[in-house]
Design a protein around this ligand. Structure first.
Ligand code: ATP
Length: 320
């Protein structure tokens, strides 16, 4: 393979830039040309493409966001849009494609691979950690660390005023950010889309913790359940402790990637190019049991994300 394309798609995630760098530098190492495609599939359809050199990716390993920018592109869902995307690849002599993004972006990659025969490799870049085939996605670790920073600060003020803090984190269908941020911040309760909550049980838990000497409580709620405001309102009706709501919002998406995310980015980017170099396409890369793996793209997108009930039980036991 002499020339490959690279795009970032869907929601941005810290570590996407580090992955772009790893793809470009590995490709150059093997004498493969790389074309960067702007704004995901939108740029592919509109022919917004530029050659990338060694120095095109200087000074980005530490930056959040994505240098190639990203977009959600409805046109890519249509056959006309897909044909246009393929035409752009052919026009530039691009023989393989690396797609950095989440579940939706992988569906686009699967379509290019399966329906149009374009060898495509997916790199999981999304803060949600909602892909079953990989233990971690790029950006998740940084996003959780951002949440921890904020929850630590909230804990200070909640303890001073003996309040309950309801903190809303991202996750429409997947509660992983709430689960990991909850366990590692010492939150007493998490509320996630995967598990139905009972407000009376939550009040019992809060009362028990107060009887045991706790002066504040942190409840981490995933956005997919409801807003922090709505949940705080509901809780305030059944408790005498003062409840406050905080929504972390888009801050979770930005910021300098953590060591863990930069390391994943380096390994994922490197692996993606190795696969294309060896003529292997239609795969996604990931990490399982601390090893970098690759898997058939169709199989990967068909796997349903499972919630980690063991970690949830751990939280219930240690956060009292
Ligand atoms: P995040 O997890 O951060 O939301 P994502 O990659 O899942 O990221 P989506 O908005 O779901 O984000 O998908 C990104 C883009 O992928 C879509 O805007 C669309 O262009 C393309 N895409 C999604 N599904 C398909 C599909 N079935 N066929 C072709 N392209 C698709």
């Amino acid at each position: 393979m002499k020339r490959i394309g690279l795009l970032t798609s869907g929601g941005d995630a810290p570590g996407m830039n580090a992955a772009i760098r790893a793809v470009v530098r590995t490709a150059i190492y093997y004498g493969i040309e790389v074309f960067g495609i702007e704004r995901g599939y939108a740029g592919l359809i509109e022919d917004a493409i530029m050659p990338m050199e060694m120095r095109s990716v200087s000074d980005i390993v530490q930056r959040g966001g994505t240098k190639l920018r990203t977009a959600r592109c409805l046109e890519m869902l249509t056959v006309d849009g897909q044909k246009q995307a393929v035409a752009t690849l052919h026009k530039h002599g691009i023989e393989g494609l690396v797609v950095i993004g989440g579940d939706g972006s992988f569906r686009g990659a699967k379509c290019l691979a399966e329906d149009y025969g374009i060898p495509t490799i997916g790199i999981p870049g999304t803060i949600d950690n909602d892909l079953e085939y990989t233990d971690y996605t790029l950006g998740f670790d940084t996003a959780v660390n951002t949440c921890l920073d904020i929850i630590n600060k909230l804990r200070d003020t909640m303890t001073s005023h003996e309040r309950i803090s309801v903190v809303e984190v991202m996750g429409r269908h997947c509660g992983d950010i709430a689960l990991y941020a909850g366990i590692t911040s010492g939150a007493e309760i998490i509320v996630v889309p995967e598990i139905a909550y009972n407000i009376e049980d939550i009040v019992t838990r809060i009362n028990r913790s107060r009887a045991n000497g706790k002066r504040s409580n942190i409840i981490v709620i995933a956005e997919g359940v409801m807003s922090a405001e709505a949940f705080a309102k509901q809780l305030q009706e059944v408790t005498t402790y003062s409840v406050r709501a905080t929504t972390i919002g888009h801050i979770q998406r930005g910021g300098s990637p953590s060591m863990a995310d930069r390391m994943l980015a380096a390994q994922f980017g490197n692996k993606a190019v190795h696969l294309l170099k060896d003529g292997i396409g239609n795969r996604v890369v990931g990490i399982r049991n601390n090893s970098i793996i690759d898997m058939d793209i169709i199989e990967a997108v068909s796997m349903k994300k499972k919630f980690n009930y063991e970690l949830y039980e751990t939280l219930q036991m240690i956060s009292m």
